[in-house]
Design a protein around this ligand. Sequence first.
Ligand code: G6P
Length: 608
Amino acid sequence: MCGIVGYSGEKQAKPILISGLLKLEYRGYDSAGISTIEKTGISNIKVKGRVATLEDIAEINKLTGTIGIAHTRWATHGKPSTINSHPHLDNDKSFAVVHNGIIENYSELRDFLISKGYKFLSQTDTEVVPNLIHYYHTNEHLGFLESVRRACLDLKGSFALEIISSLFPDSMIVVRKDSPLVIGKGDGETFISSDIPALLSFTKNFYLLNDMEFAVIKKGDISFYDINLKPISKEVKTMEWDASSAEKDGFADYMLKEIHEQPRAIRETIGAHLSPNKPCEFDELNIPNLANFEQIYLVACGTAMHAGLVAKNLFEKLCHISTAVDIASEFRYRDPIINDKTLAIFISQSGETADTLAALKLAKSKGATTIAISNVIGSSITREADYFTYTHAGPEIAVASTKAYTSQVVLLSLMAIYFAQKLNSSNNNLLQELKKEILALPEKIDAVIENTDSKIHDLAKVICKEKDIFFIGRGADYNVAQEGSLKLKEISYIHSESYAAGELKHGTIALIENGITVIAILTDEKLMEKSISNIQEVITRGAKTVVITNLELPNKKYDYIFEIPKTSSLISPVLSVIPLQMLAYYVSKEKGLDVDKPRNLAKSVTVE
Ligand code: G6P
């Protein structure tokens, strides 16, 4: 988490840095800060709070420097405060650093530097970095790049760093390891950021750094070096996203815009993989000997993991390969059984989530064949995996994921169909039917939004006053219950639980009392009677019920019922999740909360 931005060129850096920070705020918003090279040395203005608070500081208007770095923070080491905000400077105020990531051995490095006479002002892990650079520069008489490299070799953990220096006022150095950083190429100017959308209004051309590669930036001139400081060359990648796709486009919030963008996101994701009456195509996944795989793992965090839960059913049903879904932070430490008969699929909107990336490296090192699914071209997991493919949801800015989730479910469904075709493991009629249903999803999503919007808004006015909400379902409906519950809690701060409907009576039903709201999802004909019985059990105990269904229910005595279009129960989450996303959105709005930037959360979790 944390967002970093940098500029080197002929223009004043400040407005460009502020514009970048505002777009990166979704990554963290505990505090913000900016440093530029001024005639008097390095400026350093920082504040607890949001970027808007930073802009209010009078001093910021005096900055005229054309090279600068800036940061928006999601606190890890040291509470949110002005002193803990970035940029951090060394004791001599010669080097300024912004950092995204975690320096795991900072305490040891701090002790070393203290023994050499350095003093520390903050509680952060980052403050060791400018001091270490200063140490190598003054004690070992190394140049700027050599000093930065030596400091980086001492660091354990993850880092994307931007460094400027009053001693080398024309240069900025950037480096990354396990944290995201992109370099935008301009005309005689260079932009740096934690992600691509923040720079789209300035450039569409980017360089991507690999771990422990350095870039020395002097306005439009960029020199790249490997870990041994051997010069290397880099290709420019041009991004297809346009700047307006990263703007609100007339919607009140990014989340609402992204909910409405789902039909388009899915159409784009289906893209060339599927056309009517044709087999599914995945040129990028030309994996030999598919039939040798005995185990599939789907590994991810948060909402991406929920997409994996839906896909598990598809892989098992269509490919007949045992499939397990793992939370990346668990997978990486639980010593899973992995060998050359393992296919491990990693799902990540950003492609930068630290745990997902580490889990991928682990699976690869143990001999698995790895596939990365990401929404961001060139993101870290795509560079690490044996194979990769993309969702085409466009930039997702709201912290609560919506269009990335439905696009991931669709892409994974297509992938399961593609493998089933190659393995000849599934009934052809079932595959044809499923493909037809997938192609119809975008239109059906439009219908769900149109038909449920105002009723969901009314329901939100009731739910916003509640303290606990329960979501239940069976099969894929349970997977949607999990996602619906996560959406509600993350942006409305209402406590919610999701349960497999059949499991309720093993404990959770004890919490159901008069007036509690239970939201049930029912889209699987085979499980209808069982689910109806479970709903009846909570009604008997006084619950108010909200039902989301595409089935002909025998009785409709529920407090709220939302009817959605029919589709295959294997992919129904793409439709049934929509009212739940909208409910979370409207509840959050009713409570007057910041929908796009929920407290304590960040969009891209690049620390463990
Ligand atoms: C954070 C975000 C979620 C996201 C998860 C995984 O928790 O708030 O929206 O699902 O990270 O992110 P990824 O980029 O790996 O999909």
